[in-house]
Design a protein around this ligand. Structure first.
Ligand code: KIV
Ligand code: ZN
Length: 514
């Protein structure tokens, strides 16, 4: 009988800390529903004390998710713990995750607290959290650079105070596998009450070692991994859920644990997170990259055809890949559309939303005869993008022209300030001209940091998905758009980012000094 490995997904919290990846409440709920289908054990839904919006999001996720435990993050301070406790209240099963830094550099330079004060505060925070739930996780932040003796002292004290999970974060991605594994072995052996808690690994990918470090921890006694879909997260990101889950599943010969993840839902989760955040998945990304299962070279193909295990260690269909199947066309009805979307995990809150999406589907089917699941996903995400709350700008129409020897031109009409406004601009290409026309209307003063275009499916009639990253005064936002016409998709993405820039609600970063 194998031990259960708890999969703790923090896409909605640590993933969201990625610059520009912030998500609306509705987007978080959609991702949470997909995580529930994936059967993750714990969903860290956010940091409720960050802002009113973050509180509402965690509360909303806790209200709709039934099968996964919902966790809220809290620094070891009163207000954070109260907010986290309130936010997880509706959950069938709720957890509070409280943390304080324990490395010499963090204690001295960030917290300006002595080690004794840190232990005292950690114990206080765990006891306080236990007033709301008996499922309390504690993290010694920057454990990867903390002194093992001090870690043993803090952890023993917080377990005595009621912590049921002890998470060991390699906050800055500094550790290497043999060392991180050894740390778990040492902690589990030396801490007298270590058997009263589950030990967890939380790794960052600064050296590209997050998955390897997490797995080394599991080999040395960790029974929870904290991870994100696509490895989303600050800097180089967090441990990728799909990588550690598939490593454990594929190498059952060396791991004495197993997960309950429904791996067939991995790809859908990856696409959803990528669509919503606008962070594309690189083609050679393990498990979920477009090339992850393509056996291009003749020798490999020949091998796979003769006997698939010659070159394949996993089956593409086990993580949700299927050969592109035409699922719908222009004659498909509203019921078929709704049913297929439900199968893909997409539901509408109101009839009006469904009707709007169906109209967009019909428009798409007129331009593109074969509609695949990927198209439906993109179309619904785009439909949601159009409904950003408190939208300030909306695309009404646009006209572009390009001719050899002439400057490309764009004329754009936006709905803004309660009326229509138009501008004409030239640029080095039609996308450049379009962006310039929009900026001349909005006058945001933002800087374009990134612009990407990708095909949703193959073929020149495919939907194009575009991402635009804007920066203003240190604030970074990502906008997304999709359309069969990539210039229109680009305009939508740019306007979506501008709408996000308008929302200047302040959000606290959990790891900033209190
Ligand atoms: O990386 C980290 O240390 C964290 C903590 C808040 C657990 O994300
Ligand atoms: Zn982290």
């Amino acid at each position: 009988m194998k031990d259960h490995l708890v999969i703790f997904d923090t896409t909605l919290r640590d993933g969201e800390q990625s610059p520009g990846a912030s998500m609306t409440k509705e987007e978080k709920v959609r991702i949470a529903k997909q995580l529930e289908k994936l059967q993750v054990d714990v969903i860290e839904a956010g940091f409720p004390a960050a802002s009113e919006g973050d509180f509402e999001s965690v509360h909303a996720v806790a209200s709709v998710i039934k099968d996964s435990t919902i966790c809220g993050l809290a620094r070891a301070v009163e207000n954070d713990i109260v907010k986290a406790g309130e936010a997880i209240k509706p959950a069938n099963s709720g957890r509070i995750h409280t943390f304080i830094a324990t490395s010499p550099i963090h204690m001295e330079k960030k917290l300006r607290m002595s080690p004794d004060e840190v232990v005292e505060r950690a114990v206080w925070a765990v006891k306080k959290a236990r007033n709301y739930t008996d499922n309390v996780e504690f993290s010694p932040e920057d454990a990867g650079r903390s002194e093992p003796d001090f870690l043993c002292r803090v952890i023993e004290a917080v377990i005595d105070a009621g912590a049921t999970t002890i998470n060991i974060p390699d906050t800055v991605g500094y550790n290497v596998p043999h060392q991180f594994g050894r740390l778990f072995k040492e902690l589990l052996e030396r801490i007298p009450n270590s058997d009263k808690a589950i030990f967890s690994a939380h790794c960052h990918n600064d050296l590209g070692l997050a998955a390897a470090n997490s797995l080394a921890a599991v080999r040395n006694g960790a029974r929870q991994i904290e991870c994100t879909i696509n490895g989303l997260g600050e800097r180089a990101g967090n441990t990728a859920l799909e990588e550690v889950v598939m490593a454990v599943k594929t190498r059952q010969d060396i791991f004495d644990v197993d997960t309950q993840i429904n791996t067939k839902e991995i790809l859908a989760a990856s696409r959803l997170v990528s669509n919503i955040t606008g962070f594309p998945v690189q083609p050679n990304k393990a498990i979920v990259g477009a090339n992850a299962f393509s056996h291009e070279s003749g020798i490999h193909q020949d091998g796979v055809l003769k006997h698939r295990e010659t070159y394949e260690i996993m089956r593409a269909e086990d993580v949700g890949w299927s050969t592109n199947k035409m699922v719908m066309g222009k004659h498909s009805g509203r019921n078929a559309f709704k049913t297929r979307l439900e199968e893909l995990g997409m539901e509408f809150e109101t009839e009006q939303e469904l009707n709007e999406a169906f109209i967009r589907f019909k428009e798409l089917a007129d331009r593109k005869h074969e509609i695949y699941d990927e198209d439906l996903q993109s179309l619904v995400t785009d439909n949601n993008i159009q409904r950003v709350e408190n939208e300030s700008f909306r695309l009404v129409s646009m006209k572009v022209s390009t001719e050899t020897g002439e400057s490309p031109k764009a004329e754009v009409t936006l709905w803004m300030n309660g009326e229509e406004a138009s501008a004409l601009s030239t640029g080095s290409g039609v996308v450049d001209a379009t962006f310039k026309a929009i900026e001349s209307l909005v006058e945001s003063g933002s800087a374009l940091q990134l612009y990407t275009v990708s095909n949703v499916t193959n073929g020149t009639d495919s939907l194009g998905e575009t991402s635009v990253r804007l920066e203003k005064g240190g604030r970074i936002v990502n906008g997304q758009g999709s359309d069969t016409d990539i210039v229109t998709a680009s305009a939508k993405a740019y306007i979506n980012a501008l709408n996000k820039l308008q929302d200047d609600s302040d959000k606290a970063h959990p790891q900033a000094p209190v």
